[in-house]
Design a protein around this ligand. Sequence first.
Ligand SMILES: Nc1nc2c(ncn2[C@@H]2O[C@H](COP(=O)(O)OP(=O)(O)OP(=O)(O)O)[C@@H](O)[C@H]2O)c(=O)[nH]1
Length: 396
Amino acid sequence: MGAMTVREKYDIDRHDERLKTLRLLTKLLAFFYFSYTLVDIYLLPDITLRSLLLRGCVMLPLTFFLFAYYNRPVSIRRKELAAVLVITLSAVVWCAILLGSENERVLSYFYAGLVFLMVLTIVLTPPFEQSLYSSLFVFACLYSSIWFLSGSTSFYVINHLSLGVPVLVLTLMANYRFSAESLRLYLENVSVEQLREELAARNAELERISHIDPLTGLTNRRGLARYADDLQQHPNAQHCIAAILIDVDHFKAFNDFYGHSEGDNCLRDVANAIRDACRPDDVVCRFGGEEFLILRSDNSSHTRHALALAEEIRVKVMELAIPHQPTQEMRVTISVGVCVAALGTDTELSPLIKAADTALYEAKREGRNRVRVNNQPDNDAHHLSTLSVSNINTAL
Ligand SMILES: Nc1nc2c(ncn2[C@@H]2O[C@H](COP(=O)(O)OP(=O)(O)OP(=O)(O)O)[C@@H](O)[C@H]2O)c(=O)[nH]1
């Protein structure tokens, strides 16, 4: 399908609204047109038969045809054009009826013909081109017929034109302004809508970016805060939560030895290894400079599962074999602290993370490159229980 013009889009978008107006106006105009049969008969009794025949046999079937055409799946422009054609024809028929009268009253009645001009311009307000051609045609038809009316004189024609010409010009101008204004309003609405959509998309992107660490692509502290809020707002007492805090060992020495840019690469590699080991629903966050935090909440987050994940990540980082000359292992290693707790209605993350941090501190103190657990989120140092790496296998 080729590119759609603004006008075509306007016609499609406004189809239903314009068709509703078109139906209503057609009913109203048909009512006036056919009820004027009585006016014909009252003012000009000599054209009774002519009026009944032409209105009843020509215009009535055409009106039914017009309503049927409105139901067809064609563009609103075509439907408006059909209405314009029928109204134009009704003006011709009206002239033909009045031309059959010998009564002089026809001259004062003929002024009613200007109503057709108003209908084709400001009442129906069809697209300007349709309005222009149809009203010019009706104008020509009226002022051709006027000479053949019974008792018509040039004085009468000029008198009539003094009203007919301004009606034609001014109502056409009104139609033009209305058409242009409707299109302008539509375009304004379209661009406002487009701007709103663009703004919403940009806001969504900003919101997403603001929760992501640019170096590693992991969730940042802001994202973590949102997760903490969600957790407080949707607590589920059945669930457990595991906090796994990871710190790269001797990272200052790494930076000093290999440079900051290599340090960044190392952090990216470690972050990828952590993400690969995690599930899509885990929260994996860059917690600080060379610190990472994993939060996993589900029904089966037992200590042994959390320890297994922590150990898997520790081994994965070892297997990356990122050189780290200044250390005993000669490669980059991590220390990990774990805390698992039941997720109650008033669960807060900070005591949990603090407990994991205490376990991490233990891992560092005991020589690094190991996993430790502390399941006391109240951070009571007396109840600190730590497991050594060898205990993990027992726990599993
Ligand atoms: N390259 C790089 N370095 C960072 C970044 N953020 C923090 N760091 C560095 O990470 C290092 C952390 O050093 P420390 O807190 O002393 O810890 P450490 O040297 O890893 O020692 P331990 O944690 O005790 O094993 C500092 O030198 C920071 O400059 C970062 O985004 N990129």
